[in-house]
Design a protein around this ligand. Structure first.
Ligand SMILES: Nc1nc2c(ncn2[C@@H]2O[C@H](COP(=O)(O)OP(=O)(O)OP(=O)(O)O)[C@@H](O)[C@H]2O)c(=O)[nH]1
Ligand SMILES: [Mg+2]
Length: 305
């Protein structure tokens, strides 16, 4: 994972530029003023705008208030440092490593419509291939012909094997074929795309369980990872999605896409605070190299620098 982490230096910082402009820049100015009722209100407003969510906003406000009581002469930089340390503390248990011990490892990629699943599958496949792994993509979104074509285009471009079926076929059958093929061909990783589904549509949510069951028929402890792709620009709504998906199908981690172009970068912190589901990757653009393994330090530095 280290190889593509290095090439991503600066990308995370760039992706969080908008969030930074509404978060750390105003905070730095605010911390120059004395901390009183008025500035505390302003502090809450700034934290809300970066999508930190109400529980985290209260948490930070209380922490900063008590820090101020103990450190009356603290500077603006001291306050920023304090909020940074506190953010790292919240994320400290977020283990972003993937469980890749099985061969083949099966990764199921799920999420609502348009969150970035197909693109993320391609980016993941590309990253693993760069590490020398033999990857197979499964076109588990059989809902629309265009979805299969989209993954096929990526597979051709990245020179990665693809298992697909005809449109409208049972997605579980595709998963079965893909996992069986990966096993027979000695692949290291299978990455399965799935159709976008609204968390409120229970029949579609149950379909996910069927896909998991079928994968288990071929490899009993699979899928090894079930990753929920969340569009960071949807803000706090992403938390509701994570809660409901997790009720239907046990998630092993989250991928937050479209952090570039979003001013809601605080959602990463907020979602971990509330869900305690590890954030495994973040999407910082549309190209194959725009998926970064989530690094606590890199993220917190980018958010508050
Ligand atoms: N800027 C940016 N765009 C992204 C990112 N990830 C995905 N996208 C874009 O988001 C759009 C939707 O991505 P898809 O991968 O098709 O999303 P999906 O979840 O598969 O969509 P459905 O299959 O329709 O549910 C595409 O235009 C992608 O290029 C990201 O990290 N940053
Ligand atoms: Mg898709």
């Amino acid at each position: 994972m280290f190889s593509f982490l290095k090439s991503g230096i600066g990308k995370v910082k760039k992706a969080l530029l908008k969030t930074r402009s509404i978060l750390s820049d105003p905070l730095r100015l605010l911390f120059k003023k004395p901390l009183n009722e008025e500035t505390l209100e302003e502090l809450e407003r700034i934290l809300f705008e970066a999508d930190l969510g109400s529980s985290l906003v209260s948490h930070f406000t209380e922490k900063l208030e008590s820090y101020h009581k103990k450190n009356k002469t603290a500077s603006s930089d001291d306050f920023l440092k304090e909020i940074k340390t506190e953010s790292e503390e919240i994320l400290k248990t977020c283990d972003s490593t993937l469980n890749l011990s099985a061969s083949p490892t099966v990764i199921l990629v799920v999420g609502v419509n348009g969150s970035g699943k197909t693109t993320t599958c391609a980016k993941l496949a590309h990253n693993f291939k760069k590490e020398g792994k033999k990857v197979l993509l499964a076109a588990g979104d059989t809902f629309r012909a265009a979805a299969i074509d989209q993954l096929k285009l990526w597979a051709d471009k990245l020179d990665i094997e693809l298992v697909k079926s005809s449109p409208k076929a049972d997605p579980s059958a595709v998963i079965f074929d893909a996992v069986s093929a990966a096993k027979a061909r000695g692949c290291d990783i299978v990455i399965a795309d799935t159709a976008g589904r609204l968390q409120s549509k229970t029949d579609l949510m149950h379909e996910l369980e069927k896909m998991r069951a079928v994968s288990k028929k071929v490899i009993p402890d699979s899928p090894h990872e079930t990753l929920l792709v969340l569009d960071a620009t949807t803000g706090q709504n992403a938390i509701d999605q994570a809660k409901i998906f997790n009720e239907y199908t046990p998630l092993t981690g989250l991928i937050l896409t479209k952090l570039d172009g979003s001013a809601k970068g605080g959602i990463v912190l907020s979602i971990y605070h509330q869900m305690k589901l590890p954030i495994k990757f973040i999407g910082v653009g549309e190209k194959q190299d725009d998926l970064m393994p989530f690094s606590i330090k890199e993220y917190v530095d980018a958010l508050f620098s």
